[in-house]
Structure formats: C-alpha cells, structure tokens
Design a protein around this ligand. Structure first.
Ligand SMILES: C[S@@+](CC[C@H](N)C(=O)[O-])C[C@H]1O[C@@H](n2cnc3c(N)ncnc32)[C@H](O)[C@@H]1O
Length: 397
C-alpha cells in the first residue's frame, strides 16, 4: 500500500470508531476484508489509528475539522508531514484538500486543557482533583505510545540471562528502574510471542507498572493467596513467579476470562488453582486477598485510547458500584490477621482512596497498612494499591 492509501484506510477506520465501533474489532475486520495488505501495512495502519485516537482532540483542533479526515490531517501537521502528499486524490489516496479545509488549519495549540491534552471535558475535574500538580505531566505521558515491557519469570531464570537470550533474537532491552523483574524493549516489536523464551514461559508481556504493584504486595506474610478478579491472570502469574511456594487460587466472576490464565500458567509452569465457584460461597479464607478490580482504566489510556473517548460519567458510576460490591464481599474471604490488596489501573481518587475510605468506615476490623499511587510519570502505566490488614482475633496466631 502507498502511504496515502494507508491514510485513506485510517480515515475510514477512524470514522467507524467515532460512530461507536470498537477500535480492535474495526482493525481486525479491515484486515479480514483487505487480504492484500501485508503485515507491515497492518502494523503501520494500527500505529496511525492509535496515535490519532490518543491525540484526537488536539489533532482536530489543529486541522480545524472533525471526523477521521480532520484527525488524520492534524496527525500529519503535528508530525511535520506534508498533507498535500497524502491528500492528493490519486489512486486510493484521500481527496485533495479544499480551499475551505486549508483555511481552517490552525497553527497554534488550544488554550483549553482538555483539548490540548486530549481528554473528554467531563473527566478533567476528576483528574485535576486526583493528580493535582502532576496533572499536566500525566496527560503528556498519555499522549504517547506505551513502552513494551517484559516480565522475566524469576522462578525460572533471571533478568541478566534473559537480556542475553533476547539479544540472540535481535531484541535489545534495558532494565526498568525500580522494577527488578522488568525489561523494556528498546524498539517497538510484535515479535515477542514468536521467541523461544516466550514459548518456554521465561518471559511474559506485562507493563512494568503492573509488575511494580505485585512487587509491592505483602507476599512475605502469606502462605495462601486469592486473586479474586483474576481475568487473564497477569497478577496471579507474577505472584507465582515471585513466590512459587504460595498456594494461589484464582477466580473471576466472568469465568470465560480465565481461559488465558490456564494457558499462560501451563507455559510458565506456574501453580495456580483456578476456582470455578465463587470462594465466598465455598466459605474459604486466605492470608492475602488480591482485588484487582474492574476500573475506568485511566492509568492505561495510552494503551487503550479508544476507552478514553467511550467512557461516560454514567459508566464510571457503574464501575464504582461494582468496586464497592467487590469490597463488600471481600472481608469474609480474609483470615484473621490477613490482608486485602485493592488494586486499580485508575488515576481517579473516586475509584481509589475514596473507595478505601468508605471501606474503612464500614469495616472497623480493617486498618490501612499501606497505600501507593503509581503515576504515568513513573515506571509504567498508572495504578493504585491499598493494603488493608484485618485485626488478629485475640488468642490467634
Ligand atoms: C482489571 S481486570 C483483572 C486483570 C487481571 N487481574 C490481570 O492482572 O490480568 C478485572 C476483572 O474483574 C472481573 N470482575 C468483574 N466483576 C467482578 C466481580 N463482581 N467479582 C469478581 N471479578 C469481577 C472482570 O471479569 C475482570 O476480569
């Protein structure tokens, strides 16, 4: 495909996404219908679409028009590419720019924070309240592509050995400061699943922020762990790699989401026991209950920029309701003297410290032992962790 043809496809795909379609599904459908496109075309198209989603509002402002055409025009201007080379009307290229379109182009960034830094208006006050002086730096980070991080399976190998092994596959990596299990790829690549190291369970794809949260868990106090919102198993597997002797149970209300965990655990030779029934109904209790709850995903918006435009304030309220429900269920799952680790990949206080404050009011047998906010300016995606300790019943050890 010519560069201009790629941009014409990007305009079409973006228009479908702006009409409500999911970014992933639209890109997959496009690839299915355009079998002539090679892997380089698909990768380039995906990069354009995701960059346009991350910076939708500022690109529209720059172009002076909305829709896929406006965003792509803004993307070209912002990246110092010549719009007339792409909007040339030849072959499969987008139509040439009209005089009106050229006249609407704006050379100065918007003064409005939400437009300039690409977030929906309604969420700006929440982000401002939660991030304070860190607001702009976090929003700047949100506009660029996330790094690709690997988690080294430290139960099987070590970071230095993996760096050397990956170099043989022509994959250069660097350590991530403060995250001893992580390696960051020096160049973007989609090759990882094809490497022997991945197939043999020595590495996993996992954001360094997510790994850092696991490194901060109080595993040394536990012999039994429940990952109550286990999903694809990212946290369960990282816990198993850190402490292979722990008895780890994994549950998810949506059991179909656990399929990946089963496959990944087999690859990593990790021992994780997948529960089919809710442990609340089984009457089981644990030293550590990990609640990696559903959230707005604000801390991972640079990876999922589609989500940032689709999230509504009503959906955020519903998510907060689900978090409260999970927190209501959790105390019974914790042994006396045990702990809850509440985790979100959200930057919003309403999903983080406000939830914990409410939990502590309702559950006087728990105290807040530790709380940490991981911003996008740190090792990886944005996260929140609160560790809550259940008081030890008198006479129990
Ligand atoms: C943030 S994701 C978990 C990601 C996973 N821990 C990981 O590291 O890969 C949240 C998970 O919570 C699950 N979930 C939603 N509501 C739930 C509930 N009421 N009880 C238990 N899990 C729930 C969702 O199905 C989803 O898989």
């Amino acid at each position: 495909m010519t560069p201009a043809a790629r941009y014409a496809s990007a305009i079409d795909i973006l228009d479908q996404i702006f009409d409500g379609a999911s970014a992933e599904k639209t890109l997959t459908n496009w690839a299915r219908k355009n079998r002539f496109a090679g892997s380089k075309d698909r990768a380039a198209l995906r990069d354009i679409v995701f960059d346009c989603l991350r910076c939708k509002r500022s690109y529209q402002h720059r172009a002076g028009q909305t829709g896929g055409r406006g965003v792509v025009l803004g993307h070209l201007l912002d990246n110092d590419l010549k719009p007339q080379d792409i909007f040339c009307g030849e072959g499969y290229a987008p139509d040439t720019l009209s005089e009106t379109e050229i006249g609407a182009i704006c050379s100065t960034p918007s003064d409005d924070i939400a437009t300039r830094y690409n977030i929906p208006d309604w969420i700006l006050p929440e982000l401002q309240n939660s991030l304070g002086e860190g607001l702009i730096n976090n929003l700047v980070e949100m506009q660029s592509r996330a790094p690709i991080d690997l988690r080294v399976n430290v139960a099987k190998t070590n970071v230095d050995a993996m760096r050397d092994a990956l170099l043989l596959d022509d994959l250069a990596t660097t350590p991530v400061e403060g995250v001893k299990t992580a390696l960051r790829l020096s160049k973007q690549t989609r090759k990882i699943p094809q490497t022997e190291s991945y197939k043999n369970g020595l590495i996993e794809l996992q954001d360094a922020g997510s790994q850092q949260v696991v490194l901060d868990l109080p595993l040394e106090h536990a012999t039994s762990v429940l990952d109550y919102c286990a999903g694809g198993g990212g946290k369960s597997l990282a816990i198993a790699a850190m402490s292979p002797s722990l008895a780890i149970d994994a549950f998810d209300k949506h059991s179909n989401r656990l399929a990946d965990l089963i496959n990944r655990a087999a690859r990593a030779q990790a021992s994780v026991n997948v529960l089919e029934q809710d442990p609340v109904s089984l009457g089981k209790s644990y030293d550590l209950v990990v609640l990696d709850v559903p959230c707005s995903g604000t801390g991972a918006w640079r990876r999922n920029p589609d989500g940032k435009w689709k999230l509504t304030s009503q959906e955020l309220d519903d998510i907060i309701g689900t978090q409260s429900e999970i927190l209501r269920n959790a105390p019974i799952l914790v042994k006396s003297g045990g702990r809850i680790a509440y985790i979100t990949c959200s930057l919003l206080d309403v999903e983080n410290s406000a939830q914990i404050a409410e939990f502590l009011v309702k559950n006087s047998e728990f105290t807040l032992e530790f709380e940490r906010k991981y911003h996008l300016t740190g090792a990886g995606d944005g996260f929140y962790l609160a560790v809550l300790k259940k008081v030890q019943n008198k006479g129990e050890f």
